[in-house]
Design a protein around this ligand. Structure first.
Ligand SMILES: Cc1cc2nc3c(=O)[nH]c(=O)nc-3n(C[C@H](O)[C@H](O)[C@H](O)COP(=O)(O)OP(=O)(O)OC[C@H]3O[C@@H](n4cnc5c(N)ncnc54)[C@H](O)[C@@H]3O)c2cc1C
Length: 314
């Protein structure tokens, strides 16, 4: 089949890669290079956040966990398994994401920061997207995938490429391109600091000042973050930067003095539910497979959604 995939973020690149692997003729169309996508900016730790429906998120997340863990094991650039600690101020109860993670144990009291009573220890994939996305793109191109840089205003413009199927992986813009008004931005601000020697991720999803997470990477450490549904403003808010550093310092005091490299803002592609389905109505004679609306979980769900999108192509 001849398949046009719109979007070169994680959703489009993973879908295009799997289509090429099964032998389809694939053209990846994108307005931006990979480094200008939301995917490039993501903290990119496996952890389901702001995505639904729960049963499918569990299944897509589990598939993606396994793919990324296998990539980490074989040394794919940018992918590592990161020891992690989630901390709580009260008994957390069962966590919906735990089944995919497998090995998980309660944290010992000597592993908890001051003020916390409970914690969970496990390992999850952490993906350094500025390394991984270009690698994935190169794999796709080297596997004879085609690409075209082009901005479109509506999906029908892609019919000039004579596709048998179009896959819509345009992230936050996807809804507008197909008349789906249920999509919305979920603004996220994060802070890159110099890594003060950390090797473990830590997060508090219920910090009173807003969620707090710390993800050490090779050359920096990502501190987060905000999750503001409906907010379109992509300018950095210095007050938010200070709050993020302050609440992350409650988890790891050394972060209070860490050198700030930069603060970043991205808009996650929000939708009440991920849209992953085959649409025969939108364009005359050419089916469209939608794969968008992953909220704060595009990297967490990417390979699982891509596999379903490929199946939906027929
Ligand atoms: C601060 C922050 C932290 C995050 N942390 C995590 C995390 O830890 N774990 C996790 O799983 N997720 C995380 N996310 C969410 C994740 O980044 C997104 O869910 C994911 O990047 C969505 O990927 P996508 O490929 O669907 O869209 P995008 O990466 O936005 O790619 C969309 C593509 O569509 C193309 N496109 C759009 N409009 C057009 C058009 N009109 N014409 C042509 N091309 C077009 C773009 O050029 C781009 O190539 C985070 C997001 C943010 C902002």
């Amino acid at each position: 089949m001849r398949v046009v995939v719109l979007g070169a973020g994680i959703s489009g690149l993973s879908t295009a890669t799997l289509l090429r692997q099964r032998g389809d003729d694939v053209i990846l169309v994108s307005a931006h290079p990979t480094e200008a996508t939301t995917s490039h900016l993501a903290a990119a730790v496996w952890f389901p956040t702001a995505a639904a429906p729960a049963d499918k998120v569990a299944s897509w997340g589990s598939t993606t966990y396994d793919v990324l863990a296998a990539e980490a094991a074989r040394g794919v650039p940018g992918v590592v398994m990161r020891e992690s600690l989630v901390v709580y101020r009260e008994e957390p109860g069962p966590q919906p994401w735990a089944a995919a993670v497998g090995d998980i144990r309660p944290a010992r009291s000597d592993e908890l920061p001051a003020g916390y009573t409970h914690g969970l220890r496990f390992a999850v994939p952490l993906v350094e997207m500025p390394t991984y996305l270009p690698w994935l793109y190169r794999q796709y191109i080297d596997g004879d995938g085609q690409q075209e840089v082009r901005r479109i205003e509506h999906l029908g413009e892609l019919l000039d490429l004579q596709p048998d199927v179009i896959v819509n992986c345009a992230g936050l813009a996807a809804g507008k391109l197909v008349g789906d008004s249920s999509t919305y931005p979920i603004r996220g601000q994060i802070v890159r600091v110099a890594n003060p020697g950390l090797a473990m991720s830590m997060r508090d999803e219920s910090h009173p000042a807003g969620r707090a997470y710390v993800h050490p990477r090779t050359n920096d450490c990502i501190l987060g973050g905000t999750l503001d549904a409906g907010a379109w403003d992509t300018t950095v808010d210095d007050e938010i930067t200070r709050s993020i550093i302050s609440r992350c310092s409650d988890l790891i005091p050394a972060l209070a003095d860490a050198e700030v490299i930069e603060a970043l803002v991205g808009l996650r592609p929000g939708r009440p539910e991920v849209r992953l389905e085959r649409d025969e109505q939108l364009l005359p004679g050419v089916p469209v497979v939608h794969n968008y609306g992953h909220g704060g979980s595009g990297i967490t769900l990417g390979w699982g959604c891509a596999a379903d999108a490929v199946r939906a192509c027929g």
